[in-house]
Write a protein that binds this ligand. Structure first.
Ligand SMILES: [Zn+2]
Length: 98
């Protein structure tokens, strides 16, 4: 039986996922589910280094004006440039380093 954290790691070793897609893949629903996934990703990022792996982050992007956010483990709610809330979530993937 894999823990939730182990399931996230094995999913991200296969392909990239957004936080919403991960929540869905794990069967999580409701308000707190995305935050829960983000918390797990932060914890995972710390442990990966010891295993010679790295968490790749494709940054969030504004779908209206194309503004690119920093590659961070969070989902921005609004674009600082055009104030649009139409935001493409960041995507995450795990790869072996080197
Ligand atoms: Zn924008």
């Amino acid at each position: 039986m894999m823990t939730r954290r182990q399931r996230i790691i094995s999913l991200l070793e296969e392909r990239d996922y957004s936080p919403s897609e991960l929540a869905q893949a794990l069967g999580l629903r409701g308000r707190g589910s995305k935050k829960l996934v983000l918390d797990e990703l932060r914890a995972i990022q710390k442990t990966l280094k010891r295993e010679g792996k790295v968490l790749l982050i494709k940054p969030a992007e504004c779908r209206k004006c194309g503004f690119r956010f920093k590659p961070e483990i969070k989902v921005p709610s609004r674009c600082p440039r055009c104030k649009s809330e139409w935001i493409e979530e960041p995507r995450f993937k795990i790869e072996r380093r080197g």
